[in-house]
Every structure is written in C-alpha cells, then in structure tokens.
Write a protein that binds this ligand. Sequence first.
Ligand code: PNW
Length: 458
Amino acid sequence: MKKFPPGFVWGTATSSYQIEGAWLEGGKGLSIWDAFSHTPGKIKNHDTGDIACDHYHRFKDDVKMMADMGLHAYRFSISWPRIQPTGVGKANPEGIRFYSNLIDTLLEHNITPWITLYHWDLPLVLQFEHDGWLNPAIADYFANYAAICFEAFGDRVKHWITLNEPWCSALLGYSIGHHPPGRISRDDRYRAAHNLLRAHAFAVEKYRSHFQQKQKGIIGITNNCDWRDPLTDSDADRAAAERAVQFFLGWFADPIYKGDYPEVMREQLGKRLPQFTAKEQELITGSSDFFGLNHYSTMYAANAPIVENSAIADGMWQDQKVILSSDPSWEKTLMNWNIVPEGFRRLLQWVDQRYGSPEIYVTENGCSLNDTLENGSVNDPKRIAFFNGYLNAALGAIANNVKLKGYFAWSFMDNFEWTEGYAQRFGLHFVNYKTGERIPKASAKWFARVIQQNGLID
Ligand code: PNW
C-alpha cells in the first residue's frame, strides 16, 4: 500500500514577504526586500510585495481555507522588521499582536503553527548601518529578536525554525547578487554563511537555556538542497556529484551535525573558509532538533578540473570544480527546474546516511506552472503528477528506513516569487491579484484528499 505512516505531518508553507503585503502598516520597519523590490530593474514587471496576497488583512479567511483542506500544520515566517522595525530594541506591539492573532486563529482550527524566524526579510537598518550578514554582531541581534518571539509566542508555538535556506541568503545575496543586498563577490558568501550559522546557533542557545524546558517545543533550521546525479559512471564524475552536494547542503548541515565544514570545502578553499571558535563549535554542534529540508530539483554534475573559462563562471562552481547540466528528457517546471522525483529519494537517503538518521521534515517542495483560471476553476494535472511523483519517492525513502516525519507543500497559495514577482505560481490556491480572491486549484483538492485518506496516495 502506498501509505504514509500514522502521525505523519501534512502541511503547507509560505513566508512573510511573499504573502503579507501591508508593507507600511502596523508599525513595521522596512526590510531589504522592500528596498530591493523598489529598485528599478531588480524584479520582473516591477512587481513588489507591497500588497502581495494581502494576507495581513485576510489571514482569517486563509486559515479557514487551510482548515477546509484538513491541513495538520502551517509553516509561516515572521517578518523581523514587523517585530523590531530597526532590527534592534523593543518589540513593536502591533507586530506582536498580528502574529499572536494568526497563531490563535490557527489553534482554533486545530492547525499547528510552525514558525520560521527568518525568511530573508532582514530589517533594512541592519543592512545599511551594520552591513547585514557580513557583520559578526548580527548573530547577537538575531538571537535577541528570536528571544522576543519565544517570549511572546512560545506558550502556544512548539515548532521553531531559525533560518530558511541560508544557502540562498549567502549565495543569491552575497555572491551572484540576485537577492538583496545584491552583492557580487567571490568570498563574501562564505563570510555571510558563517554568520548565518552563528546566528542560528546563538538563537538555539537562547531557546534551550531560557525557554525550551518550560515551553517544551522543538527548534531547528531549514536548509535547501537540490540533488546532484553524476553525469557519467566515471569515478571523477561520481566524486564531483558528491562534492557538489557537500558544497550545497554539507556547507550548512555539517557544522550542525558534525561541528565543522566538510573536509572537501576546507581542502578546496583553505583560508577563504572562516573558522569557528571552540565555543562556537560547541554551540553549533547538535543545534537542530530535527532536519528541515527544502527540495525542488536535480541536475547532473560532472568533474571540471579547470573551469576558469566556463560559461557558468559565477565562482561557486569553480570552487567546487563541477559543471552542472540537465537531461533533455527531464520535464521542467515554469521556473525551468527539472522534475526528477528519484533525485528526492536519493537526497533523503544521503541526509539519512551522512547525519545519522535524523528526523526529517520536508518544509518545502512544489512547482510553478503556467496556471490559468478557466470558468472559475484551475486545472493543474501537472502539479498533481509532480506531488504524486515526489511523494512516491518519499515513500521509497521511508521504505529504506529514512525517518521522514512530515511534508509541507510549497505553497499554500500563489505569491510573490522574489525576482520573478508574480510571474510564477507555486500555489495550491490560485490568487487573483486584482480582487485578492483565492481559488483552490485541482491540486489543492487532491492534496486534501491525501490528508483525508491518512496519507494514502495514488
Ligand atoms: C525557496 N535555488 O527558494 C524559498 O524558500 C521560497 O521562498 C521560494 O518561493 C521557493 O523556494 C520557490 O523558489 C529557493 O536556486 C530559491 O536552488 C532558489 C533555489 C531554491 C529555493
């Protein structure tokens, strides 16, 4: 039988900047995404998150729709500048009130809140006065902000995620400049990543020493990783694929599960890779109660001893000595991401093996398609096939003893897809951005049925 084990957590996920809107309401400060999206040329069609899905005003209806789907859990993020408008100092009561109401509404509908503390919307003041993630002091600022949240919400919230995808923050923000602060640099990604990891560790330390015993929640981090399959069976390509995954996920998960960056990164990068102090190492080792994993796609990796003249010369692949490619037979999403469910199974098993069988929660997985509203409904068979394929792959991993405990579809509804603006639709619900109306897609009904059948899939 193709059935998920009892107790499996079924949820959907979103993030603050992508859905809330209300960018100047409720005493909120500006974030780096407010500034970036208002900078001409950065976002497709000049889209911004100013209004987005207007979730700030519509959250009660959204929670009702989640309840209609039978969701067990909802993963959302808190906008740091809604809580601390300048990133430091006293909490903004209106910000606290908004999330407090959201949490209460979820609990009234028996939906468990999973909170991400940082999904990329850094208070702008921390960027321009303090140099964002390049400043070591940010780890303390983040821990202080986290403590405000534990204090205000921890009586009702038992599932915490410190950071969403620090790989994206470091690489897209400080290496290729696609995300704010828009830096293009060879080494800043490693420095930003280092402070992201320190910030995570400091926040977890705060939770464990002041809140966890009383509040009895769990805390972890969510990392993202695409899978890398060797292009050929050669030893060199196999080693390249392994190296690529270590540079992707090992970069962030090795420090947490093993106390330091992967050996292969140290070998390739030498002094370019920062060092943890002994005290930091102690804090970071074992700093996640579960393994949060976001996964979207797969590519081939081939060994590339010299890639200085390569077309993919953003530096990251040069550091890895890897060249990526796709199989022409793979189907693609609207983001041009390859649909390869088998890669998901392999990744889950890789995590299981490398990190000693941790409990894994897939906190994002999904696809963007060219959805259209026709006669009041949205038919998205390709998304249903996507979920069906990836969930079957997940079942394959579970059959191999991987401790996968939950799955959050990305996303509850169409939303602001970063530099792509509203040109991408990842949602289970179609959003009409003119009227704000949400319409369940066929995939939402399919997903609801899976939950209703206690995790039985086709
Ligand atoms: C994730 N990549 O971003 C984010 O957590 C979401 O906010 C986002 O909407 C979703 O995935 C879809 O993009 C990613 O380049 C951005 O591998 C880039 C990558 C992966 C995830």
